[in-house]
Design a protein around this ligand. Sequence first.
Ligand code: 1GP
Length: 248
Amino acid sequence: MKSVESYLKATLKKKKALLFVLIDSEASEIKSTVKLAKDVEKIGAAAILVGGSSATDQIGMAEVVKNLKKSIKIPIILFPGNVTGVVPNADAILFSSLLNSENPYYISQAQALGAPNVLKFGLEALPTAYIVIGEGTSAWFVGAVRSIPFDKANIAAMYSLSAQFLGMRFVYLEAGSGASSHVKPEMIRAVRKVFKGFLIVGGGIRNSYTAGEIVKAGADAIVIGTLAERGGSKVLNDIIKTIQSVKK
Ligand code: 1GP
């Protein structure tokens, strides 16, 4: 694999939209985690994200990533909620700044503390603006987020434009894992108008209709965690089919 970023771009060109499956390394045993990753690779997921805002067991996460690496070919991309989310053997990391945090630790300090290990472990850094929408989720709470209301599309667009001007090549619009509401198509459309890079949308996506609407609005990749963990492989199958047949 040349680089994860070029793989993602090339795969996006071919498939029109990508599915990333989020694995919480603390949610289940290694055996079932590996099985889940193999299953979603088979149905066409483009990458596995490992991490989340409340995954803090670095040793456990390193073990999960090591085992995943032996079992699947699609890239393993770290999705850290803190410096503890930087572990060896993954292919890349969403090197993210939580742009709408009220705590500078999540905007630039954790990044500074984590950067030496990103280098040491040879992880490809994908510069990402992480923007949290809505309230009440772990990402919102842990990240000390000043959340953007779901209906304030223009504010999300402003943050995304600033991400572009800051040179970030990825934006991740996050409603939060298990969120009762997903990011609305109107907001995605507003962001898509101004942000030219790779647009990831996740949180609260539970069916193929929603996934299709999110991709139609301009998302390049959607992230599914909770549904995959609960074993929704038929729904995941439908989601992949739907997002890859959507006309943007
Ligand atoms: C959370 O966007 C991801 O970081 C996935 O969310 O668990 O709601 O699918 P769900």
